[in-house]
Ligand binder design. Structure first.
Ligand code: AVI
Length: 324
């Protein structure tokens, strides 16, 4: 990347992201074809996700923003002003300023794997909060990250909004929660805290609509993955032969997004041949939903003790403060 000369993306001699190719080929060879949801977020995918957060049926962003706006005084009370806020994923346009305004922290450290996106949002926040030291770190936060020396003496508050934890299966979510403990220095100095957004189990119809909006934005977001595979990995998948599907899996308490074949067809990706029968799917995303107990159990398994929990007026979404 231009400013650092370092990029965390590993490209081969043809400029193909090796991890993307490996994940897609491995996933397509499985009996139940699957591609990890992290590959949704190319430029177009990130733009479509932004658009999803504004569609009528997709309530999580609005509900969480409502909580962050309403509970500022309590956050300030429980968290105090002495901590460095470490955000896992770079600051979204509205949520982060609400937290920073509420607690007026000693420093802000956004972590993101995408350097460009990170620098953009760090610059925007530095402008909005002129007195606040901002130290962006380009890193994969699924592993332990070393934080800048400038914040080593400060206690930390991790911030992980959006219910992004719900896009991981429990064992990956627990690994991440443990990595966060390590990143935030759980075994040194003052115990870190974590403020995390977790979406709630609710009526199936409300959940399925949130992931299959009438405007078709979520469908476009799902199908964009196929366009990305075709473009970046020499894919020959006919997007018109796949339809968007979002179904509540009640046993596992998650919305599953799939792309379902509307006819039998064959295709290639990176020179390898695959086929789908009519009705077969490629599994593209899980979005787990939580109850109070399942959220607390997951946090405890990851080394975090819940301190307080807040809901929006309509009780659709939760924000939980926990301590290591
Ligand atoms: C980013 N993540 C929390 C979103 C979710 O709700 O699981 C991604 C998303 N997928 C479809 N719509 C939104």
């Amino acid at each position: 990347k231009a400013e650092t000369g370092i990029s965390l993306v590993d490209l081969d001699e043809d400029g193909v992201d090796r991890a993307f190719r490996a994940d897609v080929l491995k996933g397509l060879r499985q009996q139940q074809k699957a591609v990890p949801a992290r590959w949704f977020y190319d430029e177009e995918g990130s733009r479509l996700f932004e658009q999803i957060t504004r569609v009528a049926e997709y309530y999580p962003t609005r509900a969480e923003t409502e909580i962050l706006g309403a509970q500022g005084a309590q956050f300030a009370d429980l968290i105090g002003p002495e901590r460095a806020v470490v955000e896992f994923g770079s600051g979204s346009s509205v949520k982060t300023p609400l937290l920073l305004e509420a607690i007026a922290p000693a420093a802000y450290v956004p972590l993101d794997i995408s350097g460009d996106f990170l620098r953009q949002s760090a610059a925007a926040l530095a402008q909005k909060f002129p007195g606040l030291p901002v130290y962006p770190v380009e890193a994969d936060f699924m592993r332990r990250v070393s934080l800048p020396d400038e914040v080593s003496a400060l206690a930390k508050l991790g911030f992980f909004p959006g219910s992004t934890i719900g896009n991981m299966v429990p064992r990956t979510a627990v690994d991440l929660l443990r990595s966060m403990r390590a990143t935030l220095g759980a075994d040194e100095g003052e115990s870190p805290m974590l403020l995390i957004g977790m979406d709630l189990v609710k009526d199936r119809a409300v959940l399925e609509a949130a992931y299959d909006d009438a405007e078709g934005v979520t469908a476009a977001f799902n199908t964009n993955l196929v366009r990305r595979i075709n473009r970046e990995l020499d894919g020959t998948i006919d997007p018109a032969a796949l339809e968007h599907s979002a179904v509540w899996n009640d046993d596992l308490a998650r919305i599953e997004m799939h792309l379902r074949a509307t006819r039998d067809f064959s295709f290639e990706v990176s020179g390898e041949k695959f086929s789908l029968r009519k009705g077969e799917t490629i599994h593209t995303e899980n979005s787990h939903k939580f109850t109070r107990r399942s959220a607390y159990t997951l946090l405890l398994a990851g080394g975090w003790t819940p301190v307080r929990r807040w809901l929006d007026e309509e009780e659709r979404f939760s924000v939980i403060l926990a301590i290591a």
